[in-house]
Design a binder for this molecule. Sequence first.
Ligand SMILES: Nc1ncnc2c1ncn2[C@@H]1O[C@H](COP(=O)(O)OP(=O)(O)OP(=O)(O)O)[C@@H](O)[C@H]1O
Ligand SMILES: [Mg+2]
Length: 488
Amino acid sequence: MVILDSNTKTRKESFWSKVGAVGIRTKIMGIVALCIICSAIAMVWYTQHDVSAALRTELQEGGLALGTGLAAQGRDLILTHNEFALYTLLREAQNADDDLIYIFVLDAEDNVLVHTFDGGFPRDLLDVNDVQPEEAYHIQALQAEDDTIQDIAIPVLGGKAGMIRLGMSESTIDATVAGHIRNMLLWFALILVLGLSVAYGLASILTVPITRLAQAARAVGKGDFRWKAPAWAKDEIGSLGTAFNEMSQDLERKEKMQARLLAKVINAQEEERKRISRELHDGTSQALTSLMVGLRYIEDSAAITSVKKELADMRALAAQTLDEVHRLATELRPSVLDDLGLVEAIEKYTREFSTKMNINVDTHVGGIRGLRLPSDIEVTVYRIAQEALTNVAKYARAENVSVILRYRDSSLVAIIEDDGIGFDVNGILTSQNRERLGLFGMYERASIIGGRLSIESQLGFGTTIYLDIPVKSLEEVKDGKNKVASGR
Ligand SMILES: Nc1ncnc2c1ncn2[C@@H]1O[C@H](COP(=O)(O)OP(=O)(O)OP(=O)(O)O)[C@@H](O)[C@H]1O
Ligand SMILES: [Mg+2]
């Protein structure tokens, strides 16, 4: 049973996978052809059954009317045994109706008085139809070799004088129905050709843009952004093409920005190395050389007073060198971020920023004081806040800045808000300026760790930067374990 079920399932799956592999054009044409063929089958069935039945009823009613008329006309002839006149009457009636293939008259004792059979009377016909006493007539269908015959028996004078039997052939009905069906099938064939042509045209209207869209998607996937989806119409496929083109443009812009960002990062790294090398050479090396010269002087010197002075100068130089090395290290990576965490690092940075730039900075921290986050999250938030504040200092002309850092409902939120001149965010983000990478870098950093960044700004009303990063729990860090479940 199980084997049968899985076999049936596999067969079903392979049927649907085959149907799925067929092109849309073939599917549409197949559906149209199927509809037309089903309609043709239904119409043929209807014609064969209902129309045949209606024509058969008509044939029976015609035969009955004819037989009743003959019974009335032939009654006296039967009673008087005028067989010749009776035969003439039957012959005339038969000649007048093509469907009437035989008539015969029986007397009250069921003897055949007259018949219209040319090759002798078939005696077995006598027993195949009879009228019951309560019936006015009886119709019986007889199956001949290549025809169906409606045999109608009508009693004459209630059967006291005998009975008239006539046979109505259905061959005309069959011929009429066959003719109808032939005509109908011809029409359906014509409709099928027409329907398939229309379906082909319509399917092409649908599939050509979809095929182009697929080509464009493949090309864009390989990094060739020259491909565009055709947007001939404004229908659903047209708007799909437009949306695809917009997406491709965004992708291209993003890719270019990423390349520039990478170049800038590499460049900045080189610049930083150059700066450190210069500082080490010009500052630290010079100072150390001076220290060595001083030490040699002490070695050679005999006077204690000049040694003391030299030692004091050397101590001052050593202290200055230490300061420089310390500054260099802090600029490279603020040790407070690694040692004391994000909150302390941000508070230190905003304090120094406020003093240096003469801008009032309010820092609010909630829900994470004294706690540590994963290091990539801490670095990301710190660098984004740093870039946001640098931009404030460079462009905002703000008097007040507020920095909010808050952990709530499994997410860390950072908000940096200034009351400066504001700017057109969309204009900047969509501009092709190769130099401005700060905002783009902020978005990139946020998305790398699964966060969301949004910038709101209004000319004259300042700028707000929201950063939202999912962080599942801080509890484990609280317990001193060096592991944080992050929401990413
Ligand atoms: N807080 C702000 N107030 C007013 N204008 C801003 C603010 N932040 C950014 N801008 C505007 O957005 C532009 C883009 O900033 P972005 O940080 O991307 O580039 P940048 O600072 O010019 O260069 P980079 O950061 O790459 O050194 C700025 O040139 C400035 O016009
Ligand atoms: Mg910037």
